[in-house]
Design a protein around this ligand. Sequence first.
Ligand SMILES: Nc1ncnc2c1ncn2[C@@H]1O[C@H](COP(=O)(O)OP(=O)(O)OP(=O)(O)O)[C@@H](O)[C@H]1O
Length: 258
Amino acid sequence: MNILEIKNVTKKFGGLTAVGNVDFNVEKDSIYGLIGPNGAGKTTIFNLITGIYQVTEGEILFEKQRITKLQPYQIADIGITRTFQNIRLFKKLSTYENILTACHYNSKYTILDAIIRNRKFKVGERKLHSQVNELLEIMGLADRKDVIAGNLPYGLQRRLEIARALALRPKLLLLDEPAAGMNPEETIKLMELIKENRDRFNLTVLVIEHHMDLIMGICDKIAVLNFGRKLAEGNAQEIQTNPVVIEAYLGEEEVTLA
Ligand SMILES: Nc1ncnc2c1ncn2[C@@H]1O[C@H](COP(=O)(O)OP(=O)(O)OP(=O)(O)O)[C@@H](O)[C@H]1O
């Protein structure tokens, strides 16, 4: 079943067509990759899915419902969360507090419960703290839980951003260049984490990445964008051997799996 359907989507900024007539479907529980040169329109597609931009033409369906007119908070409510190309953490809060803040979004108690500190509040808080600890463990951040986010090494800041996005219990997670700035070893660890999280949380993942080893290593399907248009779509093998892709994007030589 397709959890996300991008149907003939176009986004224009004045005279510039950032995304032109793009079409693709993301199957539930899959990892789908979006690749393409700088300026190809990848982040614009994320911004259209998450309601930051409105489409100029076309429509976007999530679980068969049209989401094209929804506001960003409504998109988060229906189960779509994202990370950003430029990390956007609460830099002065600790690792723990960054995740807790997001977990609070799912809390079931009211402000009144919190003021009178009743049983509902206490049970709810305990649950939130155990969710935070679980995410810290899963993302390998438990030993840095008290570190101020802005002081974490860059690779761990990226992981914290993913942990914070997961705290919202999304159905669809959008990752915008999650391995940017990571060394090969960190990238491999991140790939494993993305796959583990997909399995653990029944997640669907849409990922933009320039690291070809990551894309080719984890994606079930990949779309290649160029100048806002979809150039090709297929599995890693098909993309790596597609002559149009090789010429337009990957270079003259065939890209090998890492
Ligand atoms: N708000 C905006 N106003 C005007 N033009 C924009 C806006 N956002 C994006 N663009 C333009 O749309 C095109 C696609 O940009 P986009 O950021 O989606 O590319 P990208 O594939 O994500 O690139 P990169 O890999 O560098 O992040 C670019 O030409 C960009 O300058």
